[in-house]
Ligand binder design. Structure first.
Ligand SMILES: Nc1ncnc2c1ncn2[C@@H]1O[C@H](COP(=O)(O)OP(=O)(O)OP(=O)(O)O)[C@@H](O)[C@H]1O
Length: 267
């Protein structure tokens, strides 16, 4: 099945209750540029959902609207049935978000950031201390105990951002390129955490350019191009008999063969 709307929940998860995320007719323009044209997308409960697409396809714009960071020009975003824009408190309690270009309190250490955000989330002090320690350990940030976030590397920023997304035990994680710049050891730990999260009933949607990673982790995928969803559904349906990378190439029309481009580079 290759459609702009992925399969209903009976194929991928429990049928009771609304889906983890439902985007309906989502649209966003920046001047003359239509970044997101008309996106309908359903992330079933308990699914591990991969959103892929070429640079500029509209993934970050769609995810930013989905979590209440960017106001849509049209359409609806619902998290477990709660409208992100008219019922933001309910929706954001259920959401853990790793946005693109996350802003952080830069003059705090990782532990201080997590403690601060945990307090804002109303997590009880004893519980919070335990969660912060575990998250720093798992993200391999304990050695940088005294380092301020302003001095973090790109990968360290990504990891502390992920820790903040997980801290309040959300039911849906929305992660924009979570593995970008993360080293292989931390990536392994992260994959294990996310797989455990889904195994225990959580739902994840992540964007990524790494097809192998999406194939390894995700059960459901959507492909965006030029602001629209051009294919969505169970991973096996979208990729068919090929790899996801090959299916992606076909779907987005990337038909360049090796050697056809920059022939002057060949000596
Ligand atoms: N704040 C903005 N102002 C103007 N144009 C924007 C803005 N944000 C995104 N765009 C444009 O919207 C389109 C979609 O961008 P978006 O970042 O959502 O794509 P993407 O699929 O996440 O790309 P990438 O894979 O490169 O991160 C692009 O043409 C981009 O230039």
């Amino acid at each position: 099945m290759l459609t702009g709307q992925n399969s209903d929940e009976t194929e991928s998860g429990p049928v009771d209750g609304p889906p983890a995320l439902r985007l309906t007719g989502l649209r966003k323009e920046f001047g003359d540029n239509v970044a997101v044209r008309h996106v309908d997308l359903t992330v079933p409960r308990g699914s591990f959902f991969g959103l892929v697409g070429p640079n500029g396809a509209g993934k970050t714009t769609a995810l930013s609207m989905a979590v209440g960071l960017l106001r849509p020009d049209g359409g609806r975003c619902e998290v477990f049935g709660a409208d992100v824009w008219s019922d933001p408190v309910e929706a954001k309690t259920l959401l853990g978000v790793l946005p693109d270009g996350l802003s952080m309190p830069e003059r705090l250490t990782g532990r201080e950031v997590l403690t601060f955000i945990g307090q804002l989330r109303g997590i009880a002090p004893d519980e919070l201390t335990g969660r912060v320690c575990e998250l720093l350990e798992v993200m391999q940030l304990t050695e940088a105990e005294r380092t301020l976030v302003v001095d973090y590397s790109t990968g360290m920023r990504k990891k502390i951002g992920l820790a903040t997304a997980l801290l309040h035990r959300p039911r849906l994680l929305v992660l924009d390129e979570p593995f970008e710049a993360v080293d292989p050891v931390s990536a392994l730990a992260l994959k294990t955490i996310l797989q455990g999260f889904v195994a225990s009933g959580g739902s994840v949607i992540l964007s990524s350019h790494v097809m192998a990673l999406v194939e390894q982790l995700c059960d459901t995928v959507a492909v965006m191009a030029d602001g629209d969803v051009i294919a969505a559904g169970p991973l096996d349906d979208v990729r068919g008999d090929s790899t996801l990378e090959e299916a992606f190439g076909r779907l987005v029309g990337a038909d360049t063969k090796p050697g056809e481009e920059l022939s002057w580079l060949a000596s």
